[in-house]
Structure formats: structure tokens, C-alpha cells
Design a protein around this ligand. Structure first.
Ligand code: UD1
Ligand code: UDP
Length: 359
């Protein structure tokens, strides 16, 4: 029987793989799920398998944390061993994390075709580790599933054959649409004494570019402290940030939480008055939900969240962030337009293409 293998490793991979695996269940294929173990805390991994009904992985490579080289190399070694014994006919990889690029390198050299879900996104900022991962993965992939037309244009400019590029829409939004009816933040809000209808600000920060420089992180926390005088600020803290936050001063007025489950997080997002983030997925989800979003970055690989959606780049200057946040909190909620094909059916379109490909 034809075998399709999926590699996941970090939090944002889980929301992307879940609907694709479900859609491929309709095909006569055997599916294998490889968890690299890049993320391993219960709150960064297990919680999503339960909430998103992901199958138990066939293997967890247990690579854990490390330098880029170490993590990439460990995924490569573990994945090469795995496919030596379980050679798939197609590898499906997701997004732009180290696990994605590492598995792609191994599969390409083993002559296994690679489908890249969320292909073609470009921030044009090579200081971002994810940009390197995107470029390398797209050099190696053989099938390209894109979330938006800008990604198609990027791939064509890089010389990818247009016949290999499939504009299918956004699988992250497939998961969002499916889970929205179950999304509920009461379990988070009630212990904080925040009413469901009370306006609050939701924050996530985890990019090295925002949290690794202690002076910048401290300045960003100062801005959040300032905003917290008027609105509760809820900040589920990514483990990378947790490690740095102890050093940043006076975060006491913020509601700092451990990372929360997906249904809880989407519950928080949908009722937030403002989201401040540097996450890729959160930019997309707030666009779908029509919730104002300020992205603490100088660029984004997801330009439709700005052109069509509710996202604005705040850059990394704390003064600009403070000004834009106040503007957003005082002004009307911007009108939203949901980007084309962000309709909950991207994974079905992916399954249709894969079915043809494997015939
Ligand atoms: C990774 C991805 C990033 C993605 C993010 C999603 C790369 C290069 N980066 O960043 O693109 O946006 O995941 O969340 O692939 N840690 C824990 N427990 C865990 C996982 C991580 O404590 O379960 C801590 C460790 O100290 C680790 C640090 O977080 O060193 C960073 O983890 P890592 O996977 O290297 O990168 P992320 O910042 O999570
Ligand atoms: N998310 C979550 N709990 C949290 C923070 C985020 O479930 O505490 C979800 C969020 O809804 C989105 C995804 O995690 O679906 C985004 O992942 P992350 O920000 O880690 O990575 P990125 O998208 O930046 O690569």
C-alpha cells in the first residue's frame, strides 16, 4: 500500500498537520506520523494531540532542544534511520521550523518526493532562522501547497515550475474553523477575575528577534505594563521567553501564564480587544477572526494578513508599539476581509492533489 509520512515537531505544526491527516484518511493510503520531539513539554505538544485528535505518532525521535545545528542534525539522523526501515512514497512537511527543513534534507537525498504545506512564504529577512528553513525546504520540495497568491509569486520567481504549485488556502484556518465552536477561554479568564465580555489584550512573544535581547524584552514588557493600567494583559509565555523573562523587570502587572491549550488560546483570541504577537499563526488566526493584531516584527512572510486582514506591523521599537496599541484600543475595530481560500477546505484540496500525484 502507498505510504504517506508526515513530520511534525513544534507547536504550529500540529494545527497544520491535523486537518491534512484527516483529509488523507479518505484515500487508500497508509499514513505514518513522525514527531521529531523538537517541542516536548506537555503544554507545547501533548495537549494538541488530544485537542486536535491527532493520531499517536508512530515514532517520537526525541530530539529536544539544542543549537540549530544540533537540533537539525539530530532530526536528520533519527529520521534517516526511521525511513530506512519505513520508506514512504511521499513525505509531507509543514511550515518553517527546523524539523521541517531537516526532514526535507533527508528525504530529498533518499529520493523521496516532498510535499511542502505552507510553501512559498517569504519574509525576505535571512536573519530569521525560519526564512532559511523556508528557502531550503522549497529548494527540495517537489509539490508546493500555498496559502496565498503571494507565495505562488515567490516560488515562480525562484524558478519553481508553476505546474508543481497548488494554491490551496490555509490549513491553519481549516483547524480554526473546525475548532471554533469548542473554543472557550472561561477556564483561563475566570481564575484571573476577568469577565468573558470584559476587554483585554492578549500577548504572545517567542521570536529570538523579540525575546533574546534582554534590553528589548524589558522595553517591550514596559509597554505591556503601561497598557495593563487600562486593560488586563494576558500573556501565555512560550518556554523560550520564560527562560528570558526572569531577567526582564517588573512584569508583575501582567497575567503571565504557561502556554495554554489550543481551544483555550483560540477562545482568548476571539474575544480579545487587541492581540500583540510575533507569532506567524496568530497573525493568520486574528485575520480570520477579525481581531486587531499588532505584530512585533519588522516584516512578515504573511502579507495578506496586512493587505486583507487586521494585522499591522509594529516593528520592534517600543515607542511605536505603545503608540499603535493606544491608537488601536481607542479607534474602531478595523474592517476585515478573509483572504481567498481561507475557507476550511484547504486540506481537502491538498488531499485531491496528493491523490492524483500518487495514482
Ligand atoms: C520554534 C521554531 C519557530 C516557531 C516556534 C513555535 C525553529 C528554528 N523555530 O521556535 O519557528 O515559531 O518553535 O513555537 O524551528 N523549550 C522548552 N520546552 C519545549 C520546547 C522548547 O523548554 O517543549 C525551550 C528550550 O529552552 C529551547 C527553547 O525553548 O531551547 C527554544 O525551542 P526551539 O524549538 O529551539 O525553538 P522555538 O523558539 O520554540
Ligand atoms: N497557541 C496555543 N497556545 C498558546 C499560544 C499559541 O495553542 O499559548 C497556538 C495558536 O493558536 C496558533 C499556534 O499556537 O495556532 C501558533 O504557534 P506559535 O506561535 O508557537 O508558532 P508560529 O506560528 O509563530 O510558528
Amino acid at each position: 500500500m502507498t505510504t504517506v509520512a508526515h513530520v511534525v515537531g513544534a507547536r504550529p505544526n500540529f494545527m497544520k498537520a491535523a486537518p491534512v491527516i484527516r483529509a488523507l484518511n479518505a484515500l487508500p493510503v497508509r499514513q505514518l506520523l513522525i514527531h521529531t520531539g523538537q517541542h516536548y513539554d506537555a503544554s507545547m505538544s501533548d495537549a494538541f494531540f488530544r485537542q486536535l485528535s491527532l493520531p499517536t505518532p508512530d515514532i517520537n525521535l526525541g530530539v529536544g532542544s539544542g543549537s540549530h545545528a544540533q537540533q537539525t542534525a539530530d532530526v536528520m539522523i533519527g529520521f534517516e534511520k526511521f525511513i530506512g526501515a519505513n520508506r514512504p512514497d511521499l513525505l509531507v512537511v509543514y511550515g518553517d521550523v527546523n524539523s521541517t527543513m531537516a526532514a526535507s534534507l533527508v528525504a530529498a537525498k533518499a529520493g523521496i518526493p516532498i510535499a511542502h504545506v505552507e510553501a512559498g512564504l517569504r519574509s525576505f529577512d535571512r536573519t530569521m532562522p525560519e526564512e532559511i528553513n523556508r528557502i531550503v525546504t522549497d529548494c527540495l520540495a517537489t509539490l508546493f501547497f500555498t496559502p496565498s497568491a503571494d507565495a505562488d509569486a515567490n516560488l515562480k520567481r525562484e524558478g519553481i515550475d508553476a505546474a508543481r504549485i497548488h494554491l490551496v488556502g490555509n490549513v491553519m484556518i481549516d483547524t480554526l474553523i473546525k475548532c471554533l465552536p469548542m473554543a472557550n477561554a472561561n477556564a483561563i479568564l475566570a481564575p484571573l477575575g476577568i469577565g468573558e465580555r470584559q476587554p483585554y489584550i492578549l500577548v504572545t512573544l517567542h521570536r529570538p528577534s523579540s525575546v533574546d535581547d534582554p534590553a528589548l524584552l524589558a522595553a517591550l514588557i514596559e509597554v505591556l505594563n503601561d497598557l495593563a493600567k487600562e486593560y488586563p494583559v494576558i500573556f501565555p509565555v512560550h518556554p523560550r521567553t520564560q527562560a528570558k523573562l526572569a531577567a526582564a523587570t517588573r512584569a508583575a502587572t501582567l497575567h503571565l501564564l504557561d502556554p495554554v491549550g489550543y481551544l483555550e488560546f483560540v477562545g482568548l483570541e476571539k474575544n480579545a480587544r487587541l492581540v500583540i504577537t510575533d507569532s506567524g499563526g496568530v497573525q493568520e488566526e486574528t485575520t480570520y477572526l477579525g481581531v486587531p493584531c499588532l505584530t512585533v516584527r519588522d516584516n512578515t512572510e504573511r502579507p495578506v494578513t496586512i493587505s486583507d486582514g487586521t494585522n499591522r506591523l509594529a516593528g520592534r521599537d517600543p515607542h511605536t508599539l505603545r503608540r499603535l496599541a493606544k491608537e488601536s484600543l481607542e479607534g474602531p475595530v478595523p474592517k476585515k476581509r478573509i483572504p481567498a481560500l481561507w475557507d476550511g477546505h484547504a486540506s481537502e484540496r491538498i488531499a485531491a492533489v496528493i491523490a492524483k500525484e500518487l495514482r
